[in-house]
Design a protein around this ligand. Structure first.
Ligand SMILES: O=P(O)(O)OC[C@H]1O[C@H](O)[C@H](O)[C@@H](O)[C@@H]1O
Length: 317
């Protein structure tokens, strides 16, 4: 790590460091010792640790040295497309751009600031971006760490174009797990999904929970606000609570695909599951000057924790 500087003002306090490529990273801590680290490259959250210092996000050991390609792992921001869509940037260009720190962003709700450490990032399109996606926008990202260690990401997209535009968005979140065969995803039962492994054919989820025995690459449609990822071996449950993001992506490349991707280390696919709050099939359309907000809150709790919040009739949070 290169230079380090403490940046403090009345709204936020964080530490800036540089990575091996000289790209700035922001580190946030809470008083209990939980932390998160976000790179200005892609606005990508690369680390989220609980107060015992345990890493909760997966980052591939190999891809991390491969800049300028997007790093595989953490939470990558996929915007304005998801999937190939004929564009050279699979899953959008936002994750391959250098974002800036914004010191005076348009205000958010006070609850999004009080008792939290946070940083605000901004991405505006460059000339070259307008060639592949000819719409002018401002994309803001707040990364906040709460006093209970929860990680909150709030994105705002503003249309500063003369015409309406539509976009897709995904918080591509790679959770660290003990072994993918020990993982269940709950909260998506009975939903319809599009299966990317069957040319986006539409199916209805039949099982009690999603488990993993081979490659999975699906977009669940119109999903509830809360989804849980249970890791039986680690006795840890990740809770994803989302707003403004109707879809959920569930992805694990399994052995063959992960070998083909080359930037996964040996067997590393077993140590991660990607479950992403997203707006993909349900695209977002903004009129000129309109703004959209998409929010996720991630918690990592012991598995003994009650999961009644998955009952849509109970208002857990
Ligand atoms: O390789 P990336 O661009 O990071 O995308 C990784 C994965 O993201 C999503 O989950 C897509 O549905 C997958 O088809 C894709 O392989």
């Amino acid at each position: 790590m290169g230079h380090s500087a403490a940046v403090c003002d009345h709204r936020a306090s964080f530490e800036l460091t540089k990575d091996w490529n000289g790209i700035e990273q922001v580190e946030l801590r809470n008083p209990q010792g939980a932390s998160t680290r976000v790179s200005l490259y892609g606005g990508q959250v690369l680390s989220w640790r609980n107060e015992r210092g345990e890493e909760l996000l997966f980052t591939s050991s190999k891809s991390i040295f491969k800049s300028p390609k997007a790093m595989r792992g953490g939470i990558s921001i996929c915007f304005p497309q998801f999937g190939n869509c004929g564009s050279p940037d699979q899953n959008g260009f936002a994750r391959n751009k250098i974002w800036t720190i914004e010191n005076n962003p348009p205000p958010l709700h006070p609850n999004d600031s009080v008792g939290k450490s946070f940083v605000d990032l901004l991405l505006k399109p460059a000339e070259e971006d307008l060639k592949c996606w000819p719409h002018s926008f401002e994309l803001r990202l707040r990364v906040a760490l709460a006093s209970d260690g929860n990680l909150i990401l709030i994105s705002r997209v503003r249309n500063i174009n003369g015409k309406p535009f539509s976009f897709s968005f995904s918080y591509h979140t790679h959770f660290s797990v003990s072994d993918i065969s020990e993982v269940r995803v709950e909260g998506l039962e009975t939903l319809d999904y599009l299966d990317n492994l069957c040319q986006k054919e539409r199916f209805t989820e039949q099982g009690d929970a999603i488990t993993f025995e081979s490659e999975v690459d699906r977009v669940y449609l119109s999903s509830p606000q809360c989804v849980a990822v249970l890791d039986h071996e680690k006795k840890r449950t990740y809770v994803i609570r989302k707003e403004g993001l109707p879809d959920i992506v569930v992805w694990n490349p399994w052995e063959k695909k992960s070998k083909a991707m080359a930037d996964f280390g040996d067997e590393e696919y077993k140590q991660m599951v990607c479950v992403a709050g997203a707006a993909i099939e349900n695209k977002i359309t903004l009129k000129p000057r309109e703004e959209w907000t998409g929010r996720i809150e991630l918690a990592a709790v012991p598995s003994s924790f009650c999961t009644d919040f998955l009952d849509p009739h109970l208002n857990f949070f």
